[in-house]
Design a protein around this ligand. Structure first.
Ligand code: B1M
Length: 527
């Protein structure tokens, strides 16, 4: 297969307001003879505006062969089989085309851009072969339209929508006037033979994914003999039904390879293809490359600018984790500010930066690779980093009022988790009285009474100190405030079972859930 006649597939989709538009270039090097060769004949479920960019030849639409030369513009209805043919093989025809679905044109927002009833006139009546060779003025307009779309694709501008929308509306209006006024002798509705072939083509388009689709099933549905349909198909479309069906399925497979991340196995299934082996063989014969190579060629790596900003964010978060492990508090704080500035999400910074770094520290501590002093400096970096992140984690939406006294239980000096709980609660509008670490049960209860707290929140990181939480519950009962105050508990060794066993009210696994639970408690209390 030579470079010229290798089929070219859609290259780029863009959205025009609500309207998906696909821009494509097709090269046709098939020599046009009187007995028109129909290779390259295709149908689309959407309309096309085609402009002949170079060369001359013929445009075959159903049974009409329309001569065409550079500058001509054609419009083709959905599902109409058609194809382009160059007059001379050495002078190929190049067609620039835009696909769009006119249905999408009638969104209210778009309707106000022009007079859509004209466009509708052109495209809604599928009995009409909507094609037109346009005058010089319209060609200029089309030129501008193609140019605007091409520029947008190349430069990724944002302000193009209005301009392209305006060109397209204007073009469609002009075309509809032209068709209504100038083309009186619209080709007659397709003959019965063509209607039969067209129905076959439509069935293929709708059911190509059915591996049991055969010429026989279609001929039965049309109440004609299989051999008659086969002859008709070959006569009008110039190729056998089986070749056509294979081409359609391969086309769809190419589309899925281009536009989705589906595995090759799934694509083979979705396209009604027989098996992987013959798919690979046919694909190579048709495209001159493997499906994988095709996919890579069609979906090059994301643009350098997008890639770099994502990479920068990921690198910054990685650096936060590394510096936290080394206990470099200043670097951690600076990096957090930079990551947020670069658009990183505060949750990612917390989870993938700070908490991930801290869990590496924990692992190393457990395995005696580092010792208490190193853990302490990391803990300090963690606490300072969390302070920098705090304003971005605040959830102003969920604001509620309520008062909480919080602390790490007696005998326990771990404060990082407890500090996170405080930040999350404050971020949601709760008032938090932080009693610090090593807090005795009596201190929790005394504060709850003096400050009229709705909640007592206890954190514990050691299996040896979690039992203190049970004493907090008992102290509350002893002081006669158990009915007035809810007891919230958490920390690495704490579990739901443990919570129930000691008679506390709520266990949550992380700081965010603790804040949410506190909000709910306060809301319910107000009712
Ligand atoms: Co200690 N330590 N530590 N330590 N320390 C652990 C907890 C340990 C698991 C390490 C290990 O061996 N792998 C281990 C406990 C083993 C056990 O009991 N089963 C341990 C030990 C043994 C000790 C010492 C006994 C070590 C020693 O001296 N030989 C000693 C005890 C001191 C004491 O408290 N009396 C000790 C000391 C220390 C440091 C002082 C050096 C330091 C604390 C510094 C500080 O906090 N400012 C420290 C650290 C940092 C750790 C690790 C490495 C990290 C803890 C941490 O802050 N994690 C830890 C190992 C680990 O956890 N992988 C370890 C990050 C923090 C965000 O997580 O606090 O779990 P965490 O909070 C989570 C949830 O648990 C939850 O929300 C947070 C997530 O959003 N959460 C709540 C916490 N509180 C909540 C309350 C709630 C709800 C959710 O509602 C009220």
């Amino acid at each position: 297969m030579t470079e010229e006649n290798k089929p070219l597939y859609l290259k780029k989709s863009v959205i025009l307001n609500h309207m998906p538009i696909v821009c494509d270039t097709v090269h046709c090097s098939t020599t046009y003879r009187d007995d028109i060769s129909s290779s390259g004949l295709c149908t689309h479920e959407i309309s096309e505006i085609d402009m002949i960019v170079a060369g001359s030849g013929a445009h075959l639409v159903l049974n009409q062969a329309i001569p065409c030369k550079t500058g001509d513009v054609f419009i083709t209805c959905p599902n109409v089989p058609h194809g382009y043919f160059a007059a001379e093989a050495k002078n190929p025809l190049t067609v620039q085309r835009i696909f769009f679905d006119p249905k999408d044109w009638f969104e209210p927002a778009v309707s106000s851009a022009g007079e859509p009833r004209y466009c509708y006139g052109v495209f809604s009546d599928s009995s009409v072969l909507a094609y037109a060779m346009l005058n010089a003025q319209t060609r200029d307009e089309t030129d501008r339209l193609f140019h605007a779309i091409r520029t947008e694709i190349r430069e990724q501008k944002n302000e193009w929508h209005d301009a392209v929308g305006a060109y397209l509306t204007q073009l469609l209006i002009t075309i509809s006037r032209y068709i209504n006024g100038a083309i009186k002798n619209i080709p007659s509705a397709p003959s019965k033979e063509w209607s039969t072939v067209l129905s076959t083509v439509r069935t293929v388009m709708a059911s190509f994914d059915d591996p049991n689709l055969t010429l026989e099933t279609i001929s039965n549905a049309l109440y004609i003999s299989k051999s008659h349909l086969s002859r008709l198909f070959k006569k009008l479309l110039g190729e056998s039904f089986s070749d056509y069906l294979r081409k359609v399925r391969m086309d769809q497979a190419c589309r899925l390879l281009r536009e989705t991340k589906m595995s090759t196995e799934e694509i083979v299934l979705r396209c009604g293809l027989r098996d992987m082996q013959s798919f690979y063989r046919n694909f190579h014969a048709m495209m001159g490359m493997t499906p994988h190579q095709y996919r890579t060629e069609q979906n090059p790596a994301p643009s350098a600018s997008i890639r770099s900003s994502e990479t920068v964010r990921a690198l910054l978060i990685e650096e936060i984790s590394k510096n936290l492990q080394k206990g470099k508090a200043t670097a951690v704080c600076d990096l957090i500010a930079k990551a947020i500035e670069q658009g990183a999400s505060p949750d990612d910074v917390m989870n993938d930066g700070l908490l991930r770094g801290m869990s590496v520290v924990g692992e190393k501590f457990k395995n005696n690779e580092i010792f208490v002093p190193e853990v302490l400096v990391s803990a300090r970096a963690m606490n300072l980093g969390a302070e920098v992140l705090y304003p971005y984690l605040s959830d102003k939406e969920a604001s509620a009022s309520g008062r909480v006294c919080l602390g790490t239980v007696q005998g326990d000096l771990h404060n990082i988790g407890k500090n996170l709980v405080r930040m999350m609660m404050e971020g949601k509008g709760l008032e938090v009285i932080d009693l610090g670490v090593d807090v005795a049960p009596e201190a929790f209860v005394r504060t709850a009474i003096e400050k009229d707290c709705d909640i007592i929140a206890c954190s514990a990181l050691l299996t040896t100190t979690m039992g203190v939480m049970e004493n907090v519950v008992k102290e509350c009962e002893k002081a006669g405030i158990r009915h007035k105050v809810k007891i919230l508990i958490g920390g690495a060794p704490v579990t739901e079972d443990f919570c129930q066993k000691i008679g506390a009210d709520i266990y949550t696994p992380d700081a965010c859930a603790a804040a949410n639970a506190a909000i709910e408690i306060c809301k319910n209390k107000k009712k």
